[in-house]
Ligand binder design. Structure first.
Ligand SMILES: C[S@@+](CC[C@H](N)C(=O)[O-])C[C@H]1O[C@@H](n2cnc3c(N)ncnc32)[C@H](O)[C@@H]1O
Length: 460
């Protein structure tokens, strides 16, 4: 078995190293190549060159990776040859990266020649290498041609480098602020009417659970298409009023519409999967898929038939999960930019210092409400607010139901904005939110009809 202390001996003894790579098995060679660490410019490269002829992709890839550490311009020809003839994507990608690392003007034509490579990772590595010379007019022009490249990451990188209009935006908006007339406000009415009066980029976070198509009685749609169109309209507006680079978190799950009679089957609708492409198209970037896991005993039992007959095809698992899909308003700004907009004191007070869930499976018991049939557990809202907003932010739930999200926002020193169409749920929100102790510096929640809300927006 190969010993770790041998690495240093081999690294400093070219003959031993040469013998080792010619006689040892791939496992040990790979181990050595991974552990070689920094290499001095006078390191004997011939054992590494010998490994480039081996039939193991990993060995060739790691050999290139180590050769690149030598920053030796005379290896350009070797890398070019690998790019032309090696069958492994990993080896080709590492070769272009090695050329880029040389930071030599003579690499420019080679890197430009790779901008139409069939592998987008090779193109990206070539871009990385060329960006060092982006002031050179030839390089700039060649890179700009990629702004319509079929690969989305290539397009984003090029547009960020050459069409950067951050400064305008930074001056225009104050990222941490939000309109006073929306703070701790609940409006009764159809969200599609209300949201029109919310200014662009006015909220920091949305968390919502929309109606479950026609599975519950609080909303009725003529067809599934009409339902999806309704959600699309609302979420486009949510996108408009969300601040740059901030989050939209959507809780949904597939639903089942029971069969009409024994002669028919029930129908299952995969709501999360059907909404996802609509969200991407309107400019949300997919970030994470969190699973809300409930105890099996708390959900409807669909197993009774199968338990008896055990006939394949008729298996029906109990649905103990819901999706909590996390999206970010598409931007070329990094999350660091969003965080930097806050004062140090706010960042410090907003830190999540307690134990927290590290996986994407959130085990939370459902809760039941005397008025509303599908309420968020407070714990679910608390996690979303703590992980995805800062103290003093304005958070929104367009389908507020009993107002759980608002209650959570108040207790965690965020402002809420809620809309709910049904009068009985609107009344439930009043009870729910007024039960809460208001924290210091917080304004009294207000409960408005659409007309009053509209007149408040005009007074702003
Ligand atoms: C799944 S429930 C949300 C429950 C909520 N998360 C809670 O914790 O109580 C969806 C809510 O959306 C409301 N709703 C349906 N259509 C609406 C619309 N067009 N505008 C505003 N609210 C609507 C329903 O009345 C229902 O209360």
């Amino acid at each position: 078995m190969f010993k770790t202390q041998n690495i240093s001996v081999l690294k400093h003894n070219p003959e031993k190293l040469d013998n080792f790579v010619r006689t040892e098995n791939y496992g040990d060679i790979i181990y050595l190549l991974r552990k070689l660490g920094k290499l001095s410019p006078d390191f004997d490269q011939s054992p590494l060159l010998y490994l480039l002829k081996k039939d193991n992709d990993n060995v060739r890839y790691l050999a290139v990776k180590n050769l690149a550490k030598l920053s030796n311009p005379s290896l350009i020809g070797t890398y070019k040859e690998l790019l032309k003839s090696d069958s492994s994507a990993k080896v080709r990608r590492e070769s272009v990266s090695a050329i880029g690392r040389l930071r030599k003007k003579e690499s420019i034509p080679i890197l430009i020649g790779l901008l139409d490579d069939y592998d987008p990772e090779v193109v990206l590595q070539a871009i990385r290498g060329l960006l060092v010379f982006k002031k050179d007019n030839l390089v700039k022009n060649e890179l700009k041609k990629l702004s319509e490249h079929p690969n989305e990451i290539v397009r984003v990188v090029i547009n960020k480098e050459f069409n950067n209009n951050h400064n305008n935006l930074d001056e225009k908006t104050n990222h941490t602020q939000s309109p006073e007339f929306m703070k701790n406000v609940v409006v009764r009415g159809d969200v599609r009417e209300i949201i029109k009066y919310a200014p662009d980029e006015s909220i920091h976070l949305t968390f919502t659970s929309p109606p479950y198509y026609n599975a519950r009685d609080y909303a009725i749609y003529q067809s599934y298409d009409e339902y999806l169109k309704f959600l699309e309209d609302v979420f486009k507006e949510v996108h408009r009023i969300t601040k740059d680079g901030r989050f939209f978190i959507l809780n949904t799950s597939p639903i089942i519409i029971p069969r009409v009679s024994r002669q028919h089957s029930s129908k299952r609708y995969p709501i999360p999967y059907d909404i996802h492409p609509l969200l991407i198209k309107m400019g949300w970037e997919f970030i994470d898929d969190i699973i809300w896991l409930k105890p099996e005993s708390s959900v409807k039992n669909r197993n009774a038939g199968f338990l008896q007959h055990r006939k394949p095809l008729a298996y029906k698992p109990n649905a103990c999960t819901e999706s909590v899909m996390v999206y970010r308003k598409k931007t070329d700004k990094l999350l660091d930019w969003n965080i930097r907009q806050y004062d140090w004191d706010v960042v410090n007070k907003s830190r999540v210092n307690e134990d927290y869930e590290t996986s994407n499976v959130w085990k939370i018991d459902p809760v039941f409400d005397r008025t509303h049939s599908a309420v968020f557990p407070l714990e679910l809202c608390n996690r979303v607010i703590k992980f995805y907003s800062y103290i003093g932010d304005l958070v929104f739930d367009p389908f507020a139901g009993s107002g759980t999200f608002g209650k959570s926002a108040l207790s965690l020193n965020r402002y809420f904005f809620l809309t709910e169409t049904k009068p009985e749920y609107f009344e439930r929100i009043k009870e729910n939110i007024n039960q809460k102790m208001l924290s210091e510096n917080y304004r009294e929640p207000t409960f408005l009809d659409l007309k009053t809300f509209i007149s408040n927006t005009k007074r702003k």
